[in-house]
Design a protein around this ligand. Structure first.
Ligand SMILES: N[C@@H](CCC(=O)N[C@@H](CS)C(=O)NCC(=O)O)C(=O)O
Length: 214
């Protein structure tokens, strides 16, 4: 069985969204990202020298890092034809494109600055100022379609859904984009997504990680 090292509410939750929507079984190894402690004992640094999630430990003993790649791997395991996109489909590279967009323009581009102490308030504001152009791109993409790639929830949506789990803490305004707002409500209302968010909020407290404690 494949193991996902998972810190509640962080980007490894996007990987769990993909696994749930694609009916892919994963063993979950919970951890506290603030302390880097694995719930089963040991340190995240022993698993990933960068001390970051997401990390997958594959059955053959190799490890896979980088959330976009982890999500792409999960989707490739899915037997759910409504979810999986085959590499010979023209949509496959669109899926990779949106995974990379989420990873670089949203996750690293915004969260990696505004949620970390290294950046000054001025830098955080400048980065927030880049977001309207990114939101315009998303708004256009979601015009007339329910999900990033059309009428079905794909792996790319798993990553974008996670962005909206945390975006309320990033002090950026996407509420004035009607397609984005409808999408945000649509994806967050999905039963599998709701269940995982709910259990992660509990896990966040159980592990005393308190990701967004004041
Ligand atoms: N390059 C990694 C970065 C992922 C990342 O930034 N993960 C955050 C959680 S959402 C993390 O582990 N932060 C802890 C740290 O950077 O020390 C990826 O694309 O997956």
């Amino acid at each position: 069985m494949t193991t996902l090292y998972h810190a509640p509410l962080t980007c490894s939750l996007a990987a769990r969204f993909a696994a749930a929507e694609g009916d892919v079984d994963l063993n979950i190894a919970p951890l506290n990202l603030a302390t880097k402690e694995l719930a089963a004992g040991g340190s995240l640094y022993d698993v990933n020298p960068l001390g970051q999630v997401s990390v997958l430990a594959l059955p053959d003993g190799t490890k896979l890092t980088e959330t976009s790649t982890v999500i792409a791997w999960i989707q490739a395991q899915s037997a759910n034809a409504d979810f999986r996109i085959d590499p010979d489909s023209p949509l496959y590279f669109q899926m990779l494109r949106w995974l990379a967009f989420c990873a670089t323009e949203l996750h690293k581009g915004l969260f990696r600055v505004v949620f970390y102490q290294e950046a000054t308030d001025e830098v955080k504001e400048r980065v927030r100022g880049l977001m309207p152009s990114r939101f315009h791109v998303l708004e256009d993409q979601l015009n007339g379609q329910e999900f990033l790639l059309g009428d079905r929830f794909s792996a790319a949506d798993a990553y974008l859904t996670w962005f909206f789990v945390l975006s309320g803490h990033a002090q950026v305004d996407h509420a004035s984009y009607p397609n984005i707002e409808a999408y945000r409500q649509r994806v967050l209302a999905r039963p599998a997504i709701q269940a995982l968010i709910h259990s992660d909020m509990q896990l966040d407290q159980e592990l005393k990680q308190n990701l967004f404690a004041a």
